[in-house]
Design a protein around this ligand. Sequence first.
Ligand SMILES: Nc1nc2c(ncn2[C@@H]2O[C@H](COP(=O)(O)OP(=O)(O)OP(=O)(O)O)[C@@H](O)[C@H]2O)c(=O)[nH]1
Ligand SMILES: [Mg+2]
Length: 582
Amino acid sequence: MPLTIGTAGHIDHGKTWLVRALTGKDTDRLPEEKRRGISIDLGYAPLALPDGRRLSLVDVPGHERFVRAMVAGATGIDLFLLVIDAAEGARPQTHEHLAILRLLGVERGVVAVTKADAVDAETLELALGEARELVPAAEAVAVSAKTGAGLDELVRAIGRAADGVEPAHAAGPTRVYVDRVFTLRGVGTVATGTLWSGSVGEGDVLRVEPGGREVRVRSVQVHDDAVARAEAGQRVALALPGVERRDLRRGDALVAPRAYPVSYRLDVVLHELEPIPDNARLTVHHGTGHVPARVARAGGRYAQLRLAAPVVAARGDRVVLRAETTVGGGVVLDPAPPRHRDARRLELLERGEIAATIHAPVRLSELRRLLPDGRLEGVERAGDWVFSRAWLEELGAELRRRIAAADPLDPGTPAPAAPWAHDVVPLLGLERRGSLLYEPGAAGRLGARAAAAEELERRLQAAGVAATKVDDPELARFLEAQGRLVRLGGGFAVGAAAYETARDVLVRECESAGAIALARFRDLLGSGRRDAQLLLERFDADGVTRRVGERRVLRRRGAQAAGGGPSVTSTAPGSTPSTTAS
Ligand SMILES: Nc1nc2c(ncn2[C@@H]2O[C@H](COP(=O)(O)OP(=O)(O)OP(=O)(O)O)[C@@H](O)[C@H]2O)c(=O)[nH]1
Ligand SMILES: [Mg+2]
């Protein structure tokens, strides 16, 4: 896999000259860089090793005001080339760049003690000794970009450093953080960046995040050579037709659609160079971008970074935290965490115990952000949902508790309405009827209300067709379901026999007179006006009658099934249908 090496070091210490001496390419191309003699932006050049390997070399600026660009350049690299002026030795940005490299997890590289031509042998030896002390794990090589002395040895040392390097990124869907955007005549907008993972080829559709716009890649170049497909680790230039230059900027991510979450929050384990207090306002550098953020500490070494703008990150990514200077960094534990801070959860995430963090249902598709290999063991699954055995048992126990406490007349409890309910509820061994859950085969029982039921039935019988107020609506519903009474509006009821009687009266009158008015019905029943009215409304609801103006007519049997429209035979002679019927 191709590797990227990035320079680091204090301003004016000779990084860009060394890059030019190594690659033949002057990466200070901006007019302002030429005029001021300093690097302002990132520069890129391919570096060929004697054994034929090709590295991508990123040159970064050393000025303290451009550390932001240095971090953007350093995020995608596998190796460092720390450049120290032999006469000056290590200076502030030598230390800060080195700290940033460590925070980014870039452990391997080479130190070039340069401008060797400008110092005497003793000074050079001292400088080399200091360099070895500063970075004991790296080889230090004396060089001169001016005379070319030591360059071969430097390249060999880079080759040795590259030998044991595990590429920082490889697995995972396509992800490129944009570091430069420009327009080429005849090509259109071109975005460059390091391919952190996946591959990219002609015709691929990628998404620009944040924002979510989809773009089609017309062509891919790796260091000015067209390729059909570029692989993880390579520096790519992607031609993106139909995209305006101003629609893309450094820091944007080009990713495989829907493969990465876009989030305003990152849960991290912190590495503090100086104490970072709770609520500290900092700049979070991630990928090639940076965003203002607030640090919500979550016990011990953990924190949730709450960002002013969303980012696309993955578990294991590094971030650098800066105020005026670099104050620390972090490793992403969850790239799209819930809002609450939960130290215990973060501890489990750090240990890779993802399953142990799961209790209530979460979507497996959303958990992918925490599972690079997609595997998850030790959890229950239903559809796209995963949850713990303990949670499922708690849910079942809670619902059974509610069923046990429910009215014995109707011993059910509302089924959960959460999005997971459809997949999860069937696992509980309960029976669903409509919106309620019951123990399988459960039936309503009168239980302690048997006496009340008998008493009510006696009252109904005594009342005949007069409506009786019932105080216990559950009991009324239960007795109605058993055919022992008929409920009317307003909490009233009549006995089942009285209902039949009243219906017979109604039907007979309608058959002979064609229709019936409230007053007539009341007289025929010998009841009160309210009772007659409640019965008529119930007959309407039961499909026996239909209201036409102030009167009722019989509904032809089956008319409802045929669409419920007016029927000729139900409007019997003598009736006067009103067009203003309500
Ligand atoms: N004598 C001598 N001078 C050098 C050598 N390399 C660089 N210089 C001098 O140092 C100056 C700065 O070199 P650059 O390579 O631009 O320094 P830099 O580290 O890229 O600086 P920034 O990008 O601004 O941080 C050059 O203009 C040269 O004058 C060298 O090998 N020998
Ligand atoms: Mg430079």
